[in-house]
Design a protein around this ligand. Sequence first.
Ligand code: UDP
Length: 327
Amino acid sequence: MTGPAGVGRRVAVTGGAGFLGSHLCDALLDRGDRVVCVDDLSTGRLANVAHLEDHPGFELALADVARELPVDGHVDAVLHFASAASPPEYLARPLATMAAGSEGTRLGLELAARHGARFLLASTSEIYGDPALHPQPESYWGNVNPTGPRSVYDEAKRFAEALTSAYRRTEGVDTAIVRIFNTYGPRLRPGDGRVVSNFLVQAVEGRPLTVYGDGSQTRSLCFVDDQVAGILALLDSSETGPLNIGNPEEISIGELAGLVLELTGSASGIVHRPLPADDPVRRRPDITEARRRLGWEPVVALADGLARTLDHLIRQEHVAAHPPVGP
Ligand code: UDP
């Protein structure tokens, strides 16, 4: 994107009222950029951007980006973050998820093309499916079930990567692709069904933590501030990616449950539930490329990040009003 950060560049953020999108809006505004947040509030929440309502650099457009991208005036960058991201949420809205990844991506690329803006696609570790290679480098092509339930998300994102690459090659759009690994932090919505929000809410409410399967499957959890720093470093660079942004510290879901119980001092036990279809057995980013090309690496330890997430849940959310959901 042209010009240095913090000199009032104008950035469109689709999904800007979502968990990750709203943190990006905050970070962009904090450094002096202006933000047009586009969100249909299907999984995003007005509460995530309510504190920005009176900010002179902030605009909000309520729209479904798979249908329209109502951004008037010049933009210097388009960040396409609109999509359901939690498995229960994308499984509940399969067609909307595919539309956000396909037509939503196309409209974002067209907007960027019209303004000569940089386009940054929020892709995902789900590109790798249930990976046969561990940890996952960007060069790995993945192991995705193309017709399984998770394919509505995985294949939409894979299509979005292909479309972004095609616009780069044939239309000359300045593009970047970030592959986001599991991210957690304040503003995770209680009831979104993700493992961190479910476990924290269950522990606080004194209900058993729902471990799917035997809990031996692994994930690598990145605190949202680290994730945002990585995404902005990519935005400000001339790198095209795809680049993995995530925390390579890997933990089994069973261990995570234990850590949450310890952290919260909760007397909740653990209950096992069936493993969802095609749930990846293990996941850990190889971040060699992000370190080398962006000079970025995560700095927040899991216990610290979980404590900050818990603090936000207790202070800001009515956790009892949103029971966790599962498959
Ligand atoms: N999971 C779990 N209990 C829950 C929610 C999730 O054991 O209440 C497991 C899930 O089966 C997966 C991991 O935690 O193995 C991460 O799930 P999440 O939905 O957060 O994201 P994913 O990485 O699967 O997209």
